[in-house]
Design a protein. Structure first.
Length: 689
């Protein structure tokens, strides 16, 4: 049920204007590209043109404003501009900054970069602006953004407007400590770019490519097209200041777009939730298309906004409890300070929460490995009800009291197939497990029986063999029953093993073959504080193929990866270790072995992690990665992911551990114990609270 508020328009005292004053100071650098790569700003950050690894002469073309030789042309093959630092850069090193530029490039370019800040000593840190990196053919023409440090808060988010269609467009990215926004041709994009700002240790600024001296691909992601008038500021420009960077539009003396009234639809009881704000009967005297801008302000520091958006006369705003001023503005050109007196509709609504919730949880059920050893545990909020019949939202929290706390939810049928259950990997320790149900997470009104809590002791396993796949004509585990199931062709192909055993190794085709491991006990490996993976491998050099992988089935959790495989660049025969945690941080970013592992002959590959979490690897007599970094980052993962972990074109033979792709399924032998007021004697190691 929804209630509808309908209001007539009241005249707003005064006229709301967009200030079009010139941008204030604090300009760091300004590259005009008017036949020069020198910095016209105070920073002295001059550019040098490169073709591949070598300096070269740049090519200039007509600029966005028609200036002959007023823009630089990049060929998309090897040309780029590298900035020689004076002061004020990199841009991301400032608490707040703006990057603005004119771009002209064809569509069809996937993941090419027009502005990049990277590291000369590490391949991971990046702040880049470029073409859309999410579309295979790049035909959308959208702007793509990437920010990656110890986390990846902005992972290829894109604009809704096109900027790469072989005509000139203006791009501006503003960032005030993580409160970021993207503008295309002066219009703020609706893409949500607010993020928790990580450390991004960059020391290289380039135009038209990503340059990372220490990376396996030191130069790449070349953009084809023209760039003009790149500016960097040490503060976040306002919308009016960004408009001032564009050619002045011919503006009328007074606007002729009018707002007739608002309709606000939301929860019938006036509780927090999604409210749809619509403009009724807006008109433009000249018949021009109308831009709509919506804001909601609770007077306590929270301001929500949507737009300006062309010909879309409504917006969905999620309102918490409080008194909200809802405002809608209409105009035919947001770049002109000519808004009509009746172009703004404003109303106030009060959003309230009930005094006490009516959602109840009878029991929390926990299922996991026999013996309470480290592994994947299923948590289920059993029998939850809501007195009003509202949809129930489920939130699960696990906390080991030693700095590891994970929250899953609120989970609904909209974001997961089974919102009442979650699978989580638990390491050794004493865990407090909590399940909470509610019908509205925006209200702090939980019923007294809406939460169930249990304490669970997970005991470390005694040192020993967890899994051993001999591949002697089968994929079974000879140790603890973590059996593998072949996926790919009609049946697995077995070939001669490393020791000459007929049908003593499995052969994978490098296209669709992999072995899916069904967890029974002791897996996944990354839940253990110390472990070893070992395997015999035989394969040729190939780019970024995985022999062993622990990951996640659920798309939202695909950050977590623990893999051992081939050189990610495919240029050597080295083994490659890659570790990425849930936040996107990469404590081990493609560390390579010093010796060959994939040269068409059998090699023994082993990765060992000590209790102190200092990684080392060995192959044959000795093998080490080129860098060492602690690897305790793979959040005790739930189901590892098969699609990203398909095996290489290679052969594997007996090894005391798991192998190939690594999807997991809870063991049919797993034991369960419920928590409820009527069931309190289920497990001696875990007591309800």
């Amino acid at each position: 049920m929804f209630r509808t508020h309908r209001f007539r328009t009241a005249l707003v005292a005064g006229i709301l204007c967009m200030l079009c004053a010139g941008a204030r100071g604090e300009l760091i650098s300004h590259w005009t590209f008017d036949g020069t790569l020198e910095d016209a700003g105070p920073g002295g950050n001059d550019g040098v043109f490169f073709n591949g690894a070598f300096p070269d002469e740049p090519t200039y073309v007509h600029g966005y404003d028609g200036t002959p030789e007023g823009a630089i042309w990049l060929d998309g093959i090897g040309g780029y501009v590298r900035v020689m630092y004076g002061s004020g850069l990199p841009a991301y090193g400032n608490p707040a900054f703006t990057v603005a530029m004119w771009v002209k490039g064809p569509s069809g370019q996937q993941d090419k970069r027009v502005f990049s800040e990277s590291s000369s000593t590490h391949g991971n840190p990046l702040f880049t602006i470029g073409t859309d990196g999410t579309v295979d053919d790049g035909l959308g023409g959208a702007v793509g953004l990437l920010i990656r440090g110890e986390t990846t808060p902005i992972n290829h988010r894109q604009s809704e407007m096109a900027a790469f269609d072989d005509t000139w467009h203006h791009i501006a990215y503003v960032d005030a400590g993580g409160a970021a926004a993207l503008y295309v041709d002066g219009l703020r994009q609706t893409t949500n770019l607010t993020y928790a700002r990580p450390t991004v240790a960059v020391d290289t600024t380039t135009f038209g490519a990503v340059i990372r001296d220490s990376h396996t691909t030191p130069r790449g992601w070349y953009f084809m097209g023209a760039l003009d008038d790149i500016r960097v500021y040490d503060h976040a420009l306002s919308a009016a200041e960004i408009w001032a960077l564009l050619p002045a539009p011919p503006c009328p003396a007074e606007g002729d777009t009018h707002c007739a009234g608002l309709a606000i639809d939301g929860p019938a009881d006036g509780s927090p939730g999604i409210y749809t704000v619509s403009v009724n009967g807006a008109r433009d005297d000249s018949g021009d298309p109308i831009y709509y801008t919506f804001t909601a302000n609770n007077g306590a520091g929270t301001v929500l906004s949507a737009g300006p958006q062309l010909e879309v006369n409504f917006a969905d705003l999620t309102l918490a409890a409080g008194t909200w001023t809802i405002k809608a503005e209409v105009d035919d050109d947001p770049g002109c300070p000519d808004m009509a007196p009746d172009a703004v509709c404003t109303e106030t609504i009060v959003v309230t929460c009930p005094t006490e919730g009516d959602t109840h949880l009878p029991a929390l059920v926990i299922e996991g490995p026999a013996g309470n050893t480290p592994g994947v545990y299923r948590l289920t909020a059993e029998g939850a009800t809501d007195d009003s019949g509202d949809e129930i939202l489920y939130t699960f929290t696990v906390d080991n009291g030693a700095g590891v706390r994970m929250t899953f939810g609120p989970r609904t049928a909209l974001n997961t197939l089974d919102p009442a259950s979650v699978e989580v990997g638990l390491t050794a320790g004493t865990w407090t497990i909590t399940a909470t149900v509610d019908d509205n997470p925006l209200c702090d009104d939980a019923a007294p029986d809406a939460t169930k809590t249990a304490a669970l002791v997970v005991s470390p396993m005694a040192p020993g063999l967890i899994a051993h796949f001999t591949f002697d004509g089968h994929c079974d585990d000879d140790a603890l029953g973590n059996h593998g199931v072949f996926s790919g062709g009609f049946a697995p192909t077995f070939v001669e093993g490393y020791d000459g055993t007929p049908d003593g190794a499995i052969s994978l085709n490098g296209a669709s073959d992999y072995v899916e491991v069904f967890q029974n006990e002791g897996l996944p490996l990354c839940l253990h504080k110390a472990f070893t993976f070992a395997a015999w491998v035989k394969g040729l050099p190939q780019a970024d193929r995985r022999v062993f992988c622990e990951g996640h089935r659920i798309p939202a959790e695909h950050n977590c990866l623990y893999t051992l495989g081939t050189d990610n660049g495919g240029t050597t025969s080295a083994a490659d270790l890659f570790v990425r945690g849930d936040t996107g941080a990469n404590p081990v970013q493609h560390a390579h072995s010093a010796r060959n592992a994939f040269d068409g002959t059998w090699h023994h590959l082993a990765w060992s992690t000590t209790a102190a979490m200092r990684p080392s690897t060995s192959m044959a007599s000795a093998m080490r990665p080129t860098s060492r970094t602690p690897v305790r980052s793979c959040r005790p993962g739930r189901r590892p992911s098969a699609p990203s972990c398909a095996g290489p074109r290679a052969t594997s033979s007996p090894a005391p551990s798991t192998t190939s792709a690594c999807t997991t399924t809870p063991s049919p032998r797993a034991r369960s114990w419920p928590w409820s007021p009527n069931r309190t004697a289920a497990r001696p190691r875990a007591t309800p609270r």
